[in-house]
Design a binder for this molecule. Structure first.
Ligand code: ADP
Length: 625
């Protein structure tokens, strides 16, 4: 007990919230009500499943009261409550490790989205946007004593003993200048309806109503009567339980925005009631913008599990496969036991059926969108192409569907293309789907290799996403057409038309180049596919990781030995520079030509030659001749 220092992240966060997120102050109420609702969820759940709390009965309620003279606002719930330790760990530190990243990501930019607050589990602290002092009085269910937590949101907080009649929590805000207006009946009603209408528990607002009686006082003024009232403000219905036909688009969107901490409308949503072997309802939303933490290992799952309208968990990464982690929404099962534990969930047949059904439904909906509304689908793909590609890696059962959903950039069309559309456009006799992979789109598009494929009428997919190489390897083939990387050695012979002989004839050229460059390249291949203005390109060995992959592995810290993967130099025997090299008898001349041929191939890949100054000198010297 006594005075304690906030953990540093909390101080940073408080600072940030108070100073940069104030543009949307009113959301503090939604955050506190949502915490209250979670606390009731937890107690309800434990009263069904926990040994000690089994059978604990209570009438769930969230109560909001205010004093407009004293400028205080109190949000109370009769949920699980917190003991001393909980107060310290929940309100004195930031449990979620995503918070640090959140802070880092927000940086100094002051006008960032307040909807990130909830997403990162820092909701409680938003109270300090409107309060100069916050008091939390809480009594944990099953405990005899209560505790009080107090802070002015600066550096410290105190915890002391307190009293409270029953389990639950009061959050008492001493409103600051910016928050004064919230101690007002109409303001509060509006905010509760706006943000918390679908909260499953009744939210009561207490207020004093003044009425004038028919009598007059001694001075002839009407006599005022003050009546204390308590009224439920929210509709407290679980939206997903209502029939689809009775729900408006507006209601669906509001539900999303109020429950999933997003200020944007969702891109689209899918509401399904499944009956049969298992009965369940799902309401899924696809956010317009990919969730902030989509690429963090400790992302927050976005789907909540309910059993017969009773909340079970919102923190289960198994409800949907990892690659669908951007989906938000609700799964409500009629068949699962209420006291289902996380371990049981993982092996539960009912849960597996729900999960498989949900994935099929979602992928089916994505396909419908792709076919029916390409514009919206493009928006979807701009956010979620990558997770879908991940799906190809992890979800064999849905491989066929996923192959129709992923998109690639292409040498032939603007924007994105599907594999199906590529196949459709293929010219007769083409035996593979060609792609080029690497880090930068412009560099890939400018590759001399693409130029020569295009010239022959072949479309090339541009794979510039880090994971593309891995995924292309995983896809392997699409409807019996192998995927081939044109910048790997396996595709080098693809366009040869009886060119065998030429390659043999040219082999003294290969020897000459290898003699000069063996330290830098793994092999030299005499090309039959390059356009004449291209002297040489770099390709990687079919069996080596691609340059892109090597970079990725290095980034992940596992890249030792990566420098051992040398590129292969593919030279064009019909190029004048190469012919010059072939013809020269002068050792010095051969060395500098070989060097220029290699270095310009590096440059075309967007890689600076090892010794740029030396390269420029050689080039100038040769050109000057
Ligand atoms: P989040 O709710 O996103 O986890 P908060 O900062 O809002 O983050 O709250 C931190 C933690 O404090 C919660 O996870 C919860 O354990 C606890 N807490 C907050 N409000 C309440 C409440 N009204 N009753 C019980 N516990 C609460």
């Amino acid at each position: 007990m006594g005075k304690k220092q906030f953990k540093t992240e909390v101080s940073d966060l408080l600072n940030l919230i108070i100073h940069s997120l104030y543009s949307n102050r009113e959301i503090f109420l939604r955050e506190l009500i949502s915490n209250a609702s979670d606390a009731i969820d937890k107690l309800k759940y434990l009263s069904l499943s926990d040994e000690k709390l089994k059978g604990f009965s209570f009438d769930p309620a969230i109560n909001i009261s205010f004093d407009s003279d004293a400028k205080t606002l109190t949000i109370s719930d009769n949920g699980i409550g917190m003991d001393e330790e909980d107060l310290n760990s929940n309100l004195g530190t930031i449990a979620s490790s995503g918070t640090k990243k959140f802070l880092a990501a927000l940086g100094d930019d002051a006008k960032k989205n307040s909807n990130l607050i909830g997403q990162f589990g820092v909701g409680f602290y938003s109270a300090f946007m409107v309060a100069s002092h916050v008091t939390v009085i809480s009594r944990k269910a099953g405990a005899d004593s209560a505790f009080k937590w107090e802070s002015d949101g600066k550096a410290t907080y105190t915890v002391s003993e307190a009293t409270r009649a029953e389990q639950g929590t009061d959050i008492i805000l001493k409103l600051n200048e910016e928050g004064e207006d919230y101690a007002n009946r109409w303001q509060l009603e509006t905010l509760i309806r706006k943000y918390s209408d679908h909260i499953a528990y009744p939210i009561y607002l207490e207020y004093d109503q003044e009425t004038y009686k028919d009598e007059k006082d001694a001075d002839g003024n009407p006599v005022k009567e003050v009546e204390h009232k308590r009224e439920q403000v929210n509709s407290a219905s679980a939206l997903w339980t209502r029939p689809k036909s009775s729900i408006t688009d507006e209601e669906y969107k509001e539900f999303y925005k109020n429950n999933y901490s997003d200020s944007d409308d969702p891109l689209f949503y899918v509401h399904t009631h499944a009956e049969g072997a298992t009965e369940y309802t799902t309401l899924f939303y696809i956010p317009k913008k990919a969730p902030f933490d989509m690429y963090y290992a400790d992302y927050r799952p976005g789907v909540k599990l309910y059993v017969k309208r009773v909340y079970i968990t919102d923190d289960d990464k198994e409800l949907l496969p990892t690659y669908l982690r951007f989906v938000r929404g609700v799964i409500d099962s009629e068949d699962l036991p209420l006291n289902v534990s996380r371990e049981i969930l993982q092996e539960n047949r009912i849960m597996t059926a729900i999960r498989n059904g949900s994935v099929k439904k979602l992928l089916g909906e994505f396909k419908k969108l792709a076919d029916g509304n390409p514009e919206l689908y493009n928006e979807f793909i701009s956010q979620y192409n990558r997770p879908l590609k991940e799906g190809l890696y992890s979800d064999w059962a849905n491989r066929e569907s996923l192959l129709e959903l992923i998109r690639y950039k292409s040498s032939e069309v603007d924007g994105y293309t599907s594999l199906a559309a590529y196949k459709e456009r293929m010219k007769d006799g083409q035996k593979a789907i060609y792609y080029i992979s690497g880090a930068k789109e412009e560099i890939l598009r400018g590759s001399p290799l693409i130029a020569s494929y295009k010239e022959k009428g072949y479309e090339v997919l541009i794979m510039d996403d880090e994971i593309d190489d891995l995924v292309a390897g995983m896809i392997h083939d699409y409807k019996d057409l192998p995927l081939k990387a044109i910048n790997k050695s396996g595709a080098v012979d693809d366009m040869k038309e009886g060119g065998e002989k030429k390659a043999e004839e040219a082999s003294p050229l290969k020897d000459k180049l290898m003699k000069q460059l063996s330290a830098q390249v793994k092999d030299v291949i005499i090309s039959s596919r390059l356009a004449s203005d291209t002297a040489a390109v770099l390709v990687s060995d079919e069996n080596d990781p691609s340059f892109q992959m090597q970079r990725l592995l290095k980034q992940m810290g596992g890249g030792e030995g990566m420098d051992d993967f040398k590129p292969i130099l593919e030279v064009n025997p019909s190029n004048s520079l190469v012919m010059k090299l072939e013809a020269t008898e002068d050792e010095q001349e051969a060395s500098s030509l070989a060097r220029i041929i290699l270095d310009q191939a590096f440059i075309a890949e967007g890689i600076l030659p090892k010794d740029p100054t030396g390269f420029v000198k050689e080039l100038t010297r040769i050109l000057g001749k």
